[in-house]
Design a protein around this ligand. Structure first.
Ligand code: HEC
Length: 258
């Protein structure tokens, strides 16, 4: 009897730890981060397709001038609800170097859905040179690489402020309340009405920031929805299985007990 209750206590403890672990991880190490409500958080969360498409638009029209997204291919955009011909058209807006051709020469061609997203610079040196010596990081995994994920991206994009009195900023530096150390080499990239949306969503800096933060969360884990769905199925299976095992155990031991 004693051993059984020990097992029960250990199990409940493990469940508690598992339930609270992700939150604990998300809030650590962040500076002045406000938690936002996201449709994709929690075990049943899903992405909002409209927000993903708008976020992709913000990325393409604003962020792509400096940041690459090199671990995504255009064909991954089917997750956002675009069909094959739309994806072909999106890819073909950019060109890639290919070759050599039959005459041994490299040539430019329109990009295809299987190509990785076009990077704004050909190498890190060029990227630094164009940005005052600071390297704009690739954004494919940024939502996973920074504590806070989407909250952090939203926070950075909306966190620009006047520096406190007495603080001297270096050339090309800006004050941001969310950036660790507060000094960031990226000028505030967003302001109201710079991207035109085709739906009714407000064209504000906050809305752009929310949408692009959600888009980058998807970029860092395009299979999140499948992972969560599988997790729920596995837990359901384990519950049913535990019930069956308990019934079997009772059946086997029924003669021994008395
Ligand atoms: C004019 C170029 C430029 C544009 C446009 C730009 N960025 Fe940046 N970004 C930078 C540079 C440079 C850095 C590096 C800053 C540093 O290390 O201090 C950076 C850093 C970042 C970081 C990382 C902060 C960190 O924790 O290291 C994020 C996130 C980010 N940018 C997101 C975006 C998003 C989203 C957009 C579009 C809305 C965008 N950026 C548009 C140049 C740009």
């Amino acid at each position: 009897m004693k051993r059984l209750s020990m097992i029960k206590i250990t199990l409940s403890f493990m469940v508690l730890v598992l339930a609270f672990a992700p939150q604990a991880q998300a809030s650590e190490g962040s500076h002045d981060l406000e938690e936002q409500h996201w449709s994709f958080s929690g075990p049943f969360g899903t992405f909002d397709r409209g927000a993903l498409q708008r976020g992709f638009q913000v990325y393409t029209q604003v962020c792509a001038a400096c940041h690459s997204l090199k671990y995504l291919s255009y064909r991954n955009l089917s997750d956002l609800g675009y069909d094959e011909s739309q994806i072909k058209a999106i890819a073909a807006e950019n060109t890639a170097m290919d070759g050599p051709n039959d005459e041994g020469e490299m040539f430019e061609r329109p990009m295809r859905p299987s190509d990785a997203f076009k990077s704004p610079y050909s190498n890190d040196q060029e990227a630094r040179y164009a940005n005052n010596g600071a390297l704009p990081p690739d954004l494919s995994l940024i939502a996973k690489a920074r504590a806070g994920g989407a909250d952090y991206i939203y926070g950075i994009l909306t966190g620009y402020e006047e520096p406190p009195e007495g603080v001297v900023l270096g050339n090309g530096q800006h004050w941001n309340k969310v950036m660790p150390g507060n000094k960031i080499a990226m000028a505030a990239p967003l302001s109201d009405d710079i991207v035109g949306y085709s739906d009714e969503s407000p064209t504000t800096k906050e809305q752009y920031s929310r949408d692009v933060a959600q888009f980058l969360t998807w970029a860092a884990e395009p299979k999140m929805e499948i992972r969560k769905r599988t997790g729920i199925k596995v837990i359901l299976f384990l519950l049913v299985f535990a019930g069956i095992m308990y019934a079997v155990k009772r059946k086997i031991w029924v003669g021994v007990k008395h």
